[in-house]
Design a protein around this ligand. Structure first.
Ligand code: ATP
Length: 454
């Protein structure tokens, strides 16, 4: 059992050492809270994204893909309320100059974060006096074109959702689909966070996977339940997060956004505490009504059954992709014991990733770097790769070291080719989790692996 404090340290160092996540801009001394996803981190992220897409978009008949720009007409952010209200309350310590989110301080004090009143509260770091609460807009501002004046101001989107509401009219008119109808988008969002940190948990740019699910107003509660079920199954069946590590927190009316009829935060027990992983909200007709008001376009839906025109309600399940990577790494990093070269037991670090998420599925390891073994192993690796199975071929170092490396990047199966393989045409497949080994005929390897990736 790894202690939570150690779990985070082990995770960060493994992720760097093995090519999952590196500090951003490191050769220039780094750049606070920016991270590079290395070869295995990018693959892990891509697998999560692809499985999500297959499950919630191409695998369903009621959800459609969409891709909208990061920089939109600023009017969209006026309509959505982001320009006016997308801000966090912040306070500074007058003595040590540390900056805090006032709502987080309230939470730490066990008070209601919605009712920010910090009278009598001092800096938790140095005890100094705090400034008054100020509201800080989280949207990144930029300028379009050559002149940097107010008329050219534009914003980087703080969520992918906005573009989907703005595109609703065109989708409605081009698809002619009946409700319920969902739009899905995966992409970068940007927030000038006051207190970024906790590794990739809170950064200033991050990826979101979002769905806006348009429904008849009376169907909204049932659609909410449907998406809640989908989110639970995603956490349990795909990410294999232990149910004890996730909590579905019903947000009270006082704490949720004023337009939301119901909100559930999906929280995860990260090594640094229980915090938000995903969110699910019934946004009512708020967004489309606001866009209708500001754009002056008719955004209503004509119900072909009743001939009524109305603004649909929207159920919004939202998944942070980077927080998913973090939860998956934290959940599945483990230490057990393996045999050392001398026959003693030694600690083994292992990433027990669900095989479908693992960046590498199979490692082909000829026992020695001999021509005849290599001659059999290399074509096997090429064949698996051609079949679309992420395969590594490694002849370096001792077999023990090669196993350790694959265990640490979470490769579910290592296949060794040894002297006997040349005569019996069989290879040894070692299971990452149990370290048990089975002999499988070379001709059956592909089917054996594919069966386990279903
Ligand atoms: P928090 O309360 O942690 O700031 P939020 O409630 O503002 O999050 P939403 O606006 O609901 O977050 O964003 C949807 C999802 O996007 C979150 O559930 C999370 O997974 C992800 N997300 C939001 N902000 C960040 C961030 N700064 N870094 C990484 N992921 C983020």
């Amino acid at each position: 059992m790894i202690q939570p404090e150690t779990r985070m340290e082990l995770l960060v160092s493994l992720a760097k050492r093995r090519g999952f996540i590196y500090p951003g801009s490191e050769i220039y001394g780094g750049f606070a809270n920016s991270w590079d996803y290395g070869p295995y981190g990018s693959e892990l992220k891509r697998n999560i994204r692809d499985i999500w897409w297959k499950r919630f978009v191409t695998g369903r008949q009621d959800v459609y893909a969409i891709e909208t720009p990061i920089i939109m007409n600023p009017k969209a952010w006026e309509a959505s309320g982001h320009l006016e209200t997308f801000s966090d309350p912040l306070v500074d310590c007058k003595r040590c100059r540390k900056r805090f989110r006032a709502d987080h301080l309230m939470e730490q004090l066990g008070r209601d974060p919605a009712a920010i009143d910090l009278t009598g509260v001092n800096c938790p770091e140095c005890g100094g006096e705090l400034t008054d609460v100020r509201h800080f807009n989280l949207m990144f501002k930029t300028f379009i074109g050559v002149t940097e004046d107010e008329s050219n101001v534009a914003y980087l989107r703080p969520e992918t959702a906005g573009g989907m509401f703005v595109a609703w009219k065109n989708v409605r008119d081009s698809l002619h689909k009946r409700l319920p109808l969902g739009l899905a988008q995966i992409g970068k969002a940007f927030r000038n966070e006051i207190t970024p940190g906790n590794y990739i948990f809170r950064t200033r740019e991050f990826d979101q996977m979002e769905i806006e699910y348009f429904v008849k107003p009376e169907d909204a509660p049932q659609a909410f339940e449907m998406w809640l079920g989908e989110m639970k199954r995603w956490c349990e069946e795909v990410l294999k997060l232990r149910p004890a590590n996730t909590e579905y927190v019903e947000i009270s009316e006082e704490e949720r956004a004023f337009y939301s009829a119901r909100t559930i935060d999906v929280e995860y027990q990260y090594p640094f505490g229980q915090k938000e992983l995903y969110g699910l909200a019934n946004r009512t007709d708020y967004d489309l009504s606001r866009h209708q008001e500001v754009s002056k376009e008719d955004l209503r839906y004509l119900d072909p059954e009743t001939n009524e025109r109305y603004i649909p309600y929207v159920i919004e399940p939202t998944w942070g992709l980077d927080r998913t990577v973090l939860a998956v790494l934290a959940e599945h990093i483990d230490i057990d014991e393996a045999d050392s070269v001398s026959g003693d037991k030694e600690p083994r670090m292992v990433l027990r990733l669900p095989p479908i998420l693992a960046p590498v599925k199979v490692a082909i390891l000829p026992l020695q770097k001999k021509d005849d073994l290599v001659g059999m192993a290399a074509p096997l690796a090429a064949m698996l790769r051609e079949a679309g199975i992420a395969t590594e071929y490694d002849t370096s170092a001792s077999i023990g070291k090669r196993y350790r490396r694959q265990d640490e990047i979470g490769t579910p199966w290592c296949i060794t080719v040894d002297q006997d393989s040349l005569t019996d045409q069989q290879v040894t497949i070692r299971d990452r989790d149990t370290m048990e080994q089975v002999r499988v005929s070379v001709a059956d390897v592909r089917a054996w692996v594919e069966e386990r990736l279903k």
